[in-house]
Design a binder for this molecule. Structure first.
Ligand code: NAD
Length: 491
């Protein structure tokens, strides 16, 4: 395990090996990356470190003219990029991958600074996982292009065109890799708009594209506001597909705004996923793992298991186990190894979480685990909430903070009913006496991903939502196919 100081040291070494100018801060950025070069923006926005509330960086705030230039560059680059054969495209993208891997420690540092993620979480859950996904997404291009035959038809997939990638602040680098790398691998060209709070890891991806000499216009970066840059991309007639990850409210607006130009839209939205413990399951393992998943990234994870459903006879035991395990999670300075929870990402997020917890408490819920946390940043203690009604706000709505709600169920049918009684359907977990029982129960859940008995995340398996969690899939072969059109050729 490395220390925060080592992280900075490793970054300095990486900077030196990349020939970076040591006098230029990586975090003071004032340009968009368009057509293979940097275009200075008329305005910039400050970027705040949520652990200290201090501005530490700066990012371009692009305008309509800049978005126009980026879309034009992506449009011009599309035909030649799409026409490249797979080995040729793959060779270029492997250079990009190598350049991104060289920036690993900078990406970790950016994630600690702009998200407030603890350094261990930033390294494992944000950066290394995204690097693995970049690698495995490109692996999908190894070997010949898959071609299907149906009778006298040859079915092929063609890249969809210019893709707008719009991403949230909670896993900024990871989300961008899922979209931009998959789209470019599929033969599309990309205009990426990262979240206002967290644009710096996207800049590092653009730096890597420049260093790898990705063909001009294949990857473009236009940081800026959602209602300015995002809105312009969504309504732009030359954008063929919008791949959006964010809140359900903005996702609904994006789908409606995109409809006028009949462009394709993929939506990865919110969640309120259930972790269901059935009779005969190992309660202690189930509770501990659910707490870890609920609190990961300070609860700012779309697929977090935020509702724990346990047999009603074991509710108190489960609550005690959850409170005990939560108490062992250290909250504090995100640059320090071993810290489990850093601050929330913004003042707005902190106010949202505090408001929902206060309303739950006022409504009679038991709120357990409160403790003092550092007051200089947007910190919030991890909490266990119980004695709630099924219709309470804290049970139904996404808190997007370190809060786990525990409810009792009256057997398998009641557990399935409760788990599915949600507007969302993104992820979930089942804890059962054996795999067969767990898989049978997983089939009853109206959700895009279910983990049985703590099974590992699979970077090759499709990820996406049912219901108001969105539509479309990311990761692996299914993720690449989102960026293609299907063509039938009769012979
Ligand atoms: P958000 O919806 O506020 O913003 C997401 C992105 O959309 C940002 O880049 C923002 O600038 C942009 N945007 C805002 N208004 C826009 C507009 N009018 N047109 C185009 N773009 C616009 O979401 P957020 O607060 O950044 O992220 C948190 C949300 O994201 C949570 O609800 C979370 O569950 C969800 N999320 C979902 C997934 C998933 O894979 N399903 C993953 C991570 C986060």
């Amino acid at each position: 395990m490395s220390t925060g100081t080592e992280t900075v040291g490793a970054r300095a070494a990486a900077d030196a090996s990349l020939g970076a100018d040591p006098t230029r801060s990586l975090w003071q950025r004032d340009a968009a990356f368009i057509d293979g070069s940097w275009r200075i923006a008329a305005q910039t926005d400050e970027i705040e470190d949520p652990a200290t509330r201090q501005a530490f960086g700066r990012s371009a705030r692009c305008d309509d003219g800049t978005v126009e230039a980026a879309v034009r560059a992506a449009r011009t680059a599309f035909d030649p990029w799409a026409a490249r054969d797979r080995p040729d495209r793959l060779a270029v993208l492997r250079r990009w991958q190598s350049e991104v891997e060289l920036r690993r420690e900078m990406l970790v540092e950016a994630t600690v600074l702009e998200v407030g993620a603890p350094v261990d979480v930033a390294r494992e859950a944000h950066v290394d996982l995204a690097l693995e996904i970049m690698r495995t997404t490109l692996d999908e291009l190894e070997g010949p292009e898959p071609v299907e035959r149906i009778g006298n038809s040859i079915i092929v997939r063609e890249p969809v065109g210019v893709v707008a990638s719009i991403t949230p602040w909670n896993y900024p680098f990871y989300q961008l890799v899922l979209k931009a790398v998959a789209a470019v691998a599929a033969g599309c060209t990309v205009v990426a708009k990262p979240a206002e709070l967290t644009p710096l890891s996207a800049y590092l991806l653009a730096d890597a594209a420049e260093a790898a000499q990705l063909p001009r216009g294949v990857f473009n970066l236009v940081p800026g506001r959602g209602d300015e840059v995002g809105e312009r991309l969504v309504t732009h007639p030359e954008v063929d597909l919008v791949s959006f990850t964010g809140s359900t409210a903005v996702g609904a607006h994006v789908a409606a705004a995109a409809a006028a130009t009949i462009k394709r839209v993929c939506l990865e939205l919110g969640g309120k996923s259930a972790s269901v413990v059935l009779d005969g399951a190992d309660l202690a393992t189930a509770v501990r793992t659910t707490v870890d998943m609920a609190m990961l990234n300070s609860g700012q994870t779309c697929s977090a298991w935020t509702r724990l459903l346990v047999p009603v006879a074991r509710l108190e035991e489960a609550v005690e186990l959850a409170v005990e395990h939560t108490g062992a999670l250290e909250v504090g300075d995100p640059t320090r190894p071993g810290v489990a929870l850093g601050p929330l990402a913004s003042a707005r997020q902190q106010a949202q979480v505090e408001g929902m917890v206060a309303r739950a408490r006022a409504g009679g819920a038991r709120v357990l685990g409160a403790r003092p946390v550092p007051d200089r940043g947007y910190f919030h203690p991890p909490l266990i909430v119980t004695d709630v009604d099924e219709d309470d706000e804290i049970v139904r709505d996404e808190v997007f903070g370190p809060v786990l709600v525990v409810l009792g169920h009256g057997g398998d049918d009641d557990a399935a009913r409760l788990a599915n009684d949600s507007d969302y359907g993104l992820a979930g977990a089942v804890w059962a006496a054996d795999t067969e029982t767990g898989v049978a129960f997983a089939r009853r859940l109206r959700t895009g991903q279910v983990d049985v008995n703590g099974a590992a995340f699979n970077v090759h398996a499709p990820f996406g939502g049912f219901k108001k969690s969105g539509y479309g899939r990311e990761l692996g072969r299914y993720g690449l196919e989102e960026f293609t059109e299907i063509k039938s050729i009769q012979v």
